[in-house]
Write a protein that binds this ligand. Structure first.
Ligand code: HEC
Length: 109
């Protein structure tokens, strides 16, 4: 029984890791031209800062539909396109961004 539980936890770990890995791949393919990770300057915000300051569900909502969210996020205009991504890839990119910064500012509010 113990072995089964250990194997289950190990598999769960691998599958979570795989999602973040895919999220990183999707980020590089779809977002990296406009967003950096861990510094640098680009058109959109660095994802490390996004990870710090935004809730996971808000990050996902923005990726899905920037136009409906830009005012709520404090922007006066929307320049980010709505990208034709699969639901699974949006989830994985969200997991990837969320994983960049475990200590979230919004939790202190
Ligand atoms: C063509 C450039 C461009 C691409 C490609 C792009 N973004 Fe953006 N993104 C922006 C800009 C510019 C903003 C600022 C708000 C706006 O204009 O909508 C933004 C804002 C955001 C925000 C809100 C940031 C915040 O905390 O205020 C998130 C989250 C985000 N982008 C995620 C993504 C993800 C994930 C991808 C890839 C799937 C992506 N973006 C692709 C340009 C881009």
């Amino acid at each position: 029984m113990k072995t089964i539980i250990v194997m289950f936890i190990a598999l769960l770990g691998i599958s979570l890791q795989a999602d973040v890995e895919n999220g990183k791949k999707q980020y590089l393919a779809n977002c990296a031209i406009c967003h950096t990770v861990n510094g640098g300057s680009a058109f959109g915000k660095d994802f490390n800062i996004v990870s710090y300051t935004r809730k996971k569900e808000d990050i996902k909502a923005y990726i899905k539909d920037p136009y409906s969210n830009f005012e709520r996020f404090g922007y006066s205009a929307n320049a980010m396109p709505t990208l034709p991504l699969k639901e699974k890839d949006i989830d994985d990119i969200t997991d990837y961004i969320d994983s960049l910064q475990p200590f979230k500012v919004w939790m202190k509010k």
